[in-house]
Ligand binder design. Structure first.
Ligand code: ATP
Length: 315
C-alpha cells in the first residue's frame, strides 16, 4: 500500500505517528512482504517494559527480557524454519545469535517485530505475549541497525530525524556526532541539507550504517538489534561501527541482540546462542563454547584461520 518512494516530507504532523511506524517497518523489510493478517487484538494494551536493570551486577534483573517458548514457524507451512525453538534473551544483556546461513537468524528478528505470526508457541517481552499488545508500541520499543539502511529521497538531516520526528536540529547534529558521521556531513557544501537516497549524494555502506546509528540514538529504544551485513564492510569500518554501538549501549543497560556472521564482532557478548536446524544447538559465553568444542568452536577456528590469511596485518 505504501511506497517508500512517496515524498513523505510534505505530509503534515497528523502523519507523524504513521511515519514513525513506517520507519520502524522499513528498517527491516520491504513493505509488500508484510503479512496483512497481523493486526492488533481489539482493545490490546501497549507493551509495558519494566525499567532496565540498574547497577553493574551481572545478575541484576530488570526490563527487556525476550523469550521464545516452543516457537514453530515457517514462511510456508510445508517448510518449517524454526522448530520448537526455546530461548531466552536476558534483560539488559548483549546477546549474539549465530549459525549457518539460512538457519533463521533474521527470521527471529522479523517474528519479534511481529511481521508474521508464529504457528505454535509464544514470544514474550517482559512476560507479555507480543500478540496481545499494540503492534505500534511493540515496534517502537525495538531499534534496528539493518543489513542495508534504507535512505529516503530527502536531505540527510531529515533522514537522521526519522529516528525521532520530534528531534530538534541540534539533537540531529548531536546524534550525528555520536555516530561519527557528523564530520563527513559537515564537509559537504550543503551539510545537513544535502540530498541523499537514490537521487542524492552517493554515500558508502559504512556511512549509511552510521546514519542508521544516528537514527537509533534519536530513537533511544529499550531493545536493540544489529543485523550484520553478510557482505563485509571492511574490518576497520566495522570495528569502528561496533565501538560506536557499544558506546551507545554503555549508558543504558538495554537488551541488545546481534545477528552475526563474523564471530569476531560478537565474541565478547554476555551470551552467544548458536542456531542450527531451527533449534538452539548450543549457547554460552565464548569461553564456554570454545571449551565445549562444538559447532561454535569449529566456526571460530575456521574464521580465525581465514582472518589471519586475508588480514594478516590486523591488530
Ligand atoms: P543469513 O545468515 O544468510 O542472513 P538467516 O539465518 O538470517 O540467513 P533467514 O533470513 O532467517 O536466515 O531465512 C531463513 C530461511 O527462510 C531461508 O531458507 C530463507 O530462504 C527463508 N526465507 C526468508 N524469508 C522468506 C520469505 N519472505 N518467504 C519465504 N522464505 C523465506
Amino acid at each position: 500500500v505504501f511506497q517508500l518512494s512517496v515524498p513523505l516530507n510534505f505530509l503534515g504532523s497528523v502523519y507523524r505517528e504513521l511515519r514513525q511506524s513506517l520507519l520502524d517497518m522499513e528498517t527491516l523489510f520491504n513493505l509488500q512482504k508484510v503479512n496483512v493478517s497481523v493486526k492488533d487484538k481489539e482493545g490490546a494494551p501497549p507493551l509495558k517494559l519494566l525499567p532496565p536493570p540498574t547497577g553493574t551486577s551481572r545478575t541484576a534483573t530488570g526490563g527487556g527480557e525476550i523469550k521464545f517458548e516452543n516457537v514453530s514457524f515457517g514462511y510456508r507451512p510445508d517448510r518449517p524454519i524454526l522448530r520448537n525453538l526455546t530461548l531466552t534473551i536476558p534483560a539488559g544483556k548483549k546477546v549474539a545469535i549465530v549459525g549457518p546461513s539460512g538457519c533463521g537468524k533474521s527470521t527471529i528478528l522479523r517474528l519479534l517485530f511481529r511481521f508474521y505470526d508464529i504457528q505454535a508457541g509464544r514470544i514474550t517481552i517482559d512476560g507479555q505475549d507480543i500478540r496481545d499488545v499494540q503492534l505500534d508500541s511493540l515496534r517502537k520499543a525495538i531499534g534496528v541497525v539493518p543489513q542495508d539502511t534504507p535512505l529516503f529521497n530527502m536531505n540527510v538531516g531529515e533522514n537522521i530525524r526519522y529516528g525521532n520526528l520530534e528531534a530538534t536540529d541540534e539533537d540531529v547534529r548531536k546524534a550525528a556526532r555520536r555516530a561519527r558521521v557528523a564530520e563527513i556531513i559537515e564537509s559537504w557544501p550543503d551539510q545537513y541539507n544535502t540530498m541523499v537516497g537514490e537521487r542524492g549524494m552517493m554515500i558508502s555502506g559504512g556511512e549509511k550504517q552510521r546514519l542508521a546509528i544516528s537514527r537509533l540514538i534519536l530513537k533511544d529504544p529499550p531493545l536493540l538489534f544489529f543485523d550484520e551485513a553478510t557482505s563485509a564492510l571492511d574490518t576497520h569500518t566495522e570495528q569502528a561501527l561496533l565501538q560506536n554501538i557499544n558506546s551507545i549501549l554503555k549508558d543504558k543497560r538495554r537488551t541488545s541482540v546481534f545477528v552475526a556472521h563474523r564471530l569476531r564482532t560478537i565474541y565478547d557478548s554476555d551470551l552467544i546462542i548458536v542456531l542450527s536446524d531451527g533449534k538452539v544447538a548450543e549457547s554460552g559465553t565464548h569461553e564456554q563454547l570454545i571449551d565445549s568444542g562444538g559447532i561454535y568452536s569449529e566456526l571460530w577456528s575456521a574464521q580465525e584461520t581465514h582472518f589471519v590469511d586475508t588480514e594478516g596485518t590486523e591488530d
